[in-house]
Design a protein around this ligand. Structure first.
Ligand code: BTN
Length: 332
């Protein structure tokens, strides 16, 4: 076994026995190495940010771990049915969505996830880029293979928005809202975005990549200057740093629960959960298609059974909108 694998096993043992002291002898026997080798690896783990306390005549205890996104760390304490059964973590990627597409094409099972500490070409909706500095946020993509008609694929966007909103609320103790169809707002500013991409075959969806970016510990100076919509991070709004490992575990748990719910009970409960987070009903907005430059203004009535946005534009019938970028009239 190589040194990296040995250290991974030590970390796994500590994470499986959180807060407990593990004796040098237990570690030695489990790993099949000398006590001196155990000590050497403990020292190296300390240098990587693991606060491992030597408890006299008893052994070692892990007090705190670094906030790095590694499969073994994320998996410890994660109990999901479908999502994140397989986790791939990268220090740097062009885009987690691109990597997830490659994995999906190679036959990766449903629920496989890709995580990156930073992205060099993070992708946003409508051909925009997604600012992805290292070590501060969450950038992840999930491969799904739902048995849904092509027209039902947008259900997954609503599902992901609810999962992200719930994870932020639970871990960061703040209230968030959603902006149709797939932005998450904190204090009216964008805190997370979703880029869901699908590959279809004649008989329906082949696979979907759910791309999720959440601004957790990003500083003011790390935002690009030319944002179309005001953006923020949990740190900027609350002054509190978020434990990214705890966050991503909660995110995968929420995604898992909602995906199982969708498979068992259909879209209706997901839609209700999303509507409870949608506070633009009755507000004047403009929706632009992000491409051709056509913009529609009106008052939000709500969403239709299939998730389309319903706008009162002053004509006899509500206008049904299937895609676009919503801005409150005050920002338009
Ligand atoms: C948006 O424009 O609001 C969508 C942003 C989506 C960003 C995420 S970060 C992880 C995944 N990989 C990407 O390249 N994009 C998505």
């Amino acid at each position: 076994m190589g040194s990296n694998q040995l250290r991974e096993r030590i970390v796994r043992m500590f994470l499986q026995h959180e807060g407990e002291v593990i004796s040098g002898e237990q570690l030695r026997l489990k790993l099949g190495v000398s006590r001196t080798a155990v000590w050497k690896h403990i020292k190296q783990l300390r240098a990587q940010g693991y606060a491992i306390e030597a408890v006299p005549s008893r052994g070692y205890r892990l007090d705190t771990r670094p906030d790095v996104l590694l499969p073994i760390v994320i998996k410890a304490g994660l109990n999901t049915a479908i999502i994140a059964k397989s986790i791939e973590c990268h220090v740097e990627l062009d885009s987690t969505n691109l990597r997830a597409h490659t994995l999906a094409e190679q036959g990766a099972p449903e629920g496989s996830v890709v995580v990156a500490e930073c992205q060099t070409s993070g992708r946003g909706r409508m051909g925009r880029s997604w600012s992805s500095p290292p070590g501060v946020n969450v950038y992840t993509s999930v491969v799904l293979r739902p048995i849904l008609a092509l027209s039902e694929a947008t259900q997954l966007t609503f599902l992901a928005a609810v999962a992200v909103a719930r994870a932020i609320e639970k871990v960061c103790d703040v209230r968030v809202s959603v902006k149709w169809p797939n932005d998450i707002l904190l204090n009216g500013k964008k805190i997370a975005g979703l880029l869901n991409e699908l590959t279809a075959e004649t008989e329906g969806i082949h696979y979907v990549v759910l791309g999720i970016g959440v601004n957790l510990n990003m500083e003011e100076s790390q935002f690009p200057p030319d944002l179309r919509y005001p953006a923020t991070s949990v740190l900027l709004e609350t002054g509190q740093r978020v434990d990214r490992v705890a966050f991503i575990r909660t995110l995968f748990t929420e995604l898992d629960a909602l995906y199982v719910l969708l498979l068992e009970r259909g879209f209706a409960p997901i839609r209700l959960a999303w509507e409870a987070l949608f506070d633009l009903v009755g507000s004047a907005v403009s929706v632009d298609d992000g491409g051709v430059g056509v913009s529609v203004s009106g008052v939000v009535i709500g969403i239709a059974a299939d998730g389309a946005l319903l706008l009162d534009t002053g004509s006899a019938h509500p206008r049904t909108i299937y895609s676009g970028d919503v801005r409150p009239a005050t920002l338009a």
